[in-house]
Design a protein. Structure first.
Length: 386
């Protein structure tokens, strides 16, 4: 009986229309504007209602017609595979230098010549500044004069002592006085060599603290030298990464200002937790062949904090969720001749950068629908395209 249902419906519709009072013909309608507009509105309403009934009947007839081709949604599929899942965290840090050295004078005095300016590059041992040691020179001249007398007194006292004239104490005092002045002169000569301040390392002059004519105190910095050949990145990592980070681990360092990335290793882990922010210090070495990396440059350290081997990973956008909160994906089901969409409920795990781990629900080799999955229903006919 179901085979003849469309025909019966059409016959019933015809009888229903035939039993209705005959509609007015155009000639019977009053020839005034309100009547004509009302008639047009009534005819359009009847026409639309009849069109909807015809469409419904046609759909029912198409479903029962074995020769009618079924409408299929176009989709693209991909096989489900197992891969290693890696999760990363990013920690911000700053570039620092191992070689930041202050050049200072060991003796105090006025700077009479400053040989460098900020930004100059100097080599190790280069002359940076000269200190006025005129007072030391005058002390040397004074000691030299006293030493002349001391030597003369010692020589005479030695001759007298050889002749057994005078006491031994007089001889020893003359000898001690001469030797003391010789040592004093040696010390002053050594101080005089400290008039020149030399570069302790090769690098750029980062800061000039004192200028020509200013007084330099012993040990006070005159210039600061910075070497950019040995750089490092320092960062504070949250304490929950203590189990994830080890010395020697490879990490990725990215410099946003330079759009440059380096693969380096962690060479130092802090031994204490900062109680203020619950972090510990980490440090990595850097290569600065381009010379563009500068101290205090912002850096981002990408750290692998979790790895799971041989798991099923799918794009996050393929996982849909029902109103009740259940996650599902659409896969290819049915047969090769009659493929259809199949809803598969899944249990998800961690996600990172657009990918998510599927703990259960999918198997290796399943054909997951990657394009056209949104809007599909379970058992809906599909057509796979490449």
């Amino acid at each position: 009986m179901k085979t003849y249902q469309p025909i019966v419906s059409v016959v019933f519709l015809a009888l229903l229309i035939g039993c209705q009072p005959p509609a007015e013909t155009p000639d019977e309608i009053s020839n005034d504007l309100p009547s004509l507009r009302a008639a047009i509105k009534e005819k359009k309403s009847a026409y639309n209602a009849l069109g909807k009934e015809i469409e419904e009947l046609q759909e029912r007839a198409d479903k029962l017609d074995p020769n009618k081709e079924v409408s299929r949604s176009l989709v693209t599929v991909a096989p489900v595979e197992q891969k290693d899942f890696k999760h990363y965290v990013t920690v911000q840090g700053n570039v620092a230098s191992d070689d930041i050295v202050n050049a200072s004078s060991e003796v105090g005095g006025r700077i009479i010549a400053l040989k460098v300016d900020e930004g100059n590059y100097v080599k190790k041992g280069a002359l940076l500044a000269k200190i006025d040691l005129e007072s030391v020179e005058k002390q040397i001249a004074e000691v030299e004069k006293s030493l002349e007398l001391a030597k003369e007194v010692f020589e005479r006292q030695s001759r007298l002592w050889e002749q057994k004239i005078g006491s031994e104490i007089q001889y020893l005092q003359a000898k001690n006085n001469k030797e003391r002045l010789e040592k004093t002169l040696e010390t002053l000569d050594f101080q005089l060599t400290k008039a020149n301040v030399y570069a302790p390392i090769s690098g750029a002059v980062d800061v000039v603290y004192l200028k020509d004519g200013e007084l330099a105190a012993p040990g006070a910095p005159i210039v600061q030298l910075l070497s950019t050949s040995r750089l490092k990145v320092e960062a504070d990592a949250p304490e929950d990464l203590l189990r994830s980070i080890k010395r020697g681990d490879q990490v990725s360092v990215y410099f946003p200002a330079l759009d440059e990335r380096q693969e380096v290793r962690i060479n130092m882990l802090g031994r204490r937790i900062d109680p203020a922010n619950r972090t510990f210090e980490i440090e990595t070495s850097l290569s600065n062949r381009s010379g563009l990396i500068k101290p205090n440059l912002l850096a981002e350290i990408r750290i692998n904090d979790y790895t799971e081997e041989e798991v099923i990973i799918v794009p996050l956008e393929l996982v849909q969720q029902e109103v009740g909160g259940k996650d599902f994906v659409m896969v290819k089901g049915g047969t090769e001749q009659e493929p259809m969409a199949q809803k598969v409920y899944v249990e998800t795990g961690d996600s990172y950068e657009g990918n998510i781990v599927i703990k259960s629900g999918l198997n290796v080799g399943d054909q997951i629908i990657t394009v056209g999955a949104r809007g599909l229903t379970h058992s809906e006919p599909i057509k796979v395209t490449t």
